[in-house]
Design a protein around this ligand. Structure first.
Ligand SMILES: C[S@@+](CC[C@H](N)C(=O)[O-])C[C@H]1O[C@@H](n2cnc3c(N)ncnc32)[C@H](O)[C@@H]1O
Length: 239
């Protein structure tokens, strides 16, 4: 009997592969995030949160919330009682609840959360488009969850153009798995994560999926030379 390598997602089994990876790296996820982004993940999250145009009292849902870092940035703007984070890996949620006991986190699939439609002013997702089975379905769920006129934002690791792109490719190939192995003992998991960045859809295709999911006013905003990209969109005010 053959076993799939941890860095090779077999077709149709992405969700269980992703669940396994995040269950294994949950304890070291925040440390690795800080190391691999050189601390930039915080300002990136703040920029993403700012784009939702929230104020105290706005209701907001953070899909694929992981350990709740973006959820907490949203709570700073909207108030802790008005945000909810959703993730399907209990080990990541356990960390989220420990780090942010004042926030609400629920276990669920981001593609079908079961939360009421139109209940939120904004919806976010960070560093997770690459990990879901169906990106358009994720945006459809985000569009369903927000009220007409509400906003969505995605923050995702991307491939920068030009010389920075060559350097970035080398870092993904060699440094990310090495740092992953040294600090979490999970080189295979970080090889998968690095490859998922290299192989992910171009920003324009992600924007097309957002349009197909019913969103409008789509904008693509590269940050830090294109190492990360924000995708912004809106549910039409009149449908
Ligand atoms: C790279 S982490 C990002 C976590 C967090 N958003 C952040 O900014 O640090 C990706 C997260 O997406 C979650 N995830 C992937 N697919 C999911 C799905 N279909 N439903 C819910 N969570 C999902 C994983 O469990 C993991 O916690």
């Amino acid at each position: 009997m053959t076993h799939p390598r941890p860095d090779t997602p077999p077709a149709g089994e992405k969700a269980s592969l992703v669940r396994g990876i995040f269950a294994r790296i949950a304890g070291r996820y925040d440390l690795l995030n800080a190391l691999l982004s050189l601390g930039l993940h915080r300002p990136w999250r703040r920029r993403a949160a700012a784009h939702l145009d929230l104020h105290q009292g706005s209701r907001v849902v953070d899909l694929c919330c992981g350990t709740g870092e973006l959820t907490a940035a949203l709570a700073d703007l909207a108030g802790p009682e008005n945000v909810v984070g959703v993730d399907f890996v209990p080990e990541m949620l356990e960390r989220a609840r420990l780090r942010h006991p004042e926030l609400r986190f629920v276990e669920g699939d981001a593609l079908a959360t079961g939360l009421p439609g139109g209940a939120f002013d904004g919806a976010s997702v960070a560093f997770a488009l690459r990990n879901v089975e169906d990106v358009e379905a994720l945006f459809r769920e985000m569009a369903r969850l927000i009220r007409p006129g509400g906003r969505v934002v995605s923050l995702e690791l991307t491939r920068p153009p030009g010389l920075l792109g060559c350097l970035h490719g080398l870092v993904l190939r060699w440094i990310v798995p090495l740092v992953g192995r040294l600090f979490s003992g999970q080189g295979g998991a970080y090889r998968y994560l690095a490859r998922s960045i290299a192989e992910f859809l171009p920003a324009e295709e992600v924007a097309d999926l957002m349009r197909r999911a019913g969103l409008e006013e789509i904008r693509i905003v590269p940050l830090t030379g294109g190492i990360v990209t924000l995708h912004l969109g809106r549910r039409p005010a009149h449908e």
